[in-house]
Write a protein that binds this ligand. Structure first.
Ligand SMILES: Cc1cc2nc3c(=O)[nH]c(=O)nc-3n(C[C@H](O)[C@H](O)[C@H](O)COP(=O)(O)O)c2cc1C
Length: 196
């Protein structure tokens, strides 16, 4: 899932590289550009808490199903104003449907790789925010395997960094390894990886 309005931008290239690596392992590659989907704001009706189903009739219907069916989700966003993009936040808010009334998760054994690209070349500039976001996704029920950070894109776009793309592709291969146990890679044991 790509949360950038740039369909062929840095974030999309990184997410694609991970999915390509996974596809080399035989995984099915499905990619969504959130900006081109109809994803409305959560309207706080909270009906999803009991049923697990959101009543809003938009493209999230397909996304919910896709996430439920997927072994691994790759979620990428550029940093906009120190945070994820609005498109990505809309998705995250709607993921409240994955929580039960007691706020435990309806998801089970769901792996996730988080991807951020940022203009700033200071790799640590938004580290607390990336960790916070990984924590949120963990709370929603995902086993966050890695957070990939591509820093300094304002100076050098990802397309001019073949080593970065290759490393990201290798990560895709790694996380799609069939015997990778979700519990062995829970957030507490994973680290943020920064790739320049
Ligand atoms: C509205 C806007 C806000 C941005 N805010 C930040 C920011 O706070 N920090 C930063 O390092 N880069 C910021 N950037 C730069 C983007 O994060 C960077 O160019 C990113 O690689 C774009 O990804 P994309 O090619 O997938 O769209 C911003 C860019 C835009 C358009």
């Amino acid at each position: 899932m790509v949360g950038s309005p740039n369909i062929n931008g840095n974030t999309a290239k990184l997410v694609n590289a991970i999915l390509d690596g996974a596809a080399e392992n035989g995984a099915e590659k499905v990619i969504y550009n959130l900006a081109s989907l109809d994803i409305k704001c959560c309207d706080a009706c909270c009906k999803c808490q009991e049923s697990g189903c959101c009543l809003i009739d938009d493209d999230m219907k397909e996304i919910y199903q896709e996430i439920r069916d997927a072994d691994t989700v790759v979620l990428g966003s550029p940093v906009y104003m120190w945070q994820m993009t609005g498109q990505t936040k809309l998705l995250i808010d709607r993921m409240t449907a994955f929580l039960k009334p007691d706020f435990s998760s309806r998801l089970d054994n769901k792996k996730l790789v988080l991807v951020f690209s940022q203009g700033s070349s200071d790799r640590d500039a938004f580290k607390p925010y990336f960790e916070y976001t990984a924590g949120l996704l963990y709370y929603l029920g995902f086993d966050v395997l890695e957070t990939v950070i591509a820093a300094g894109t304002d100076k050098l776009e990802v397309s001019f960094r073949p080593r970065l793309l290759e490393k990201t592709r290798e990560l895709g291969k790694l996380v799609s390894t069939p015997n990778l146990s979700g519990s062995g890679f829970r957030r507490a044991e994973s680290e943020l990886i920064s790739i320049l």
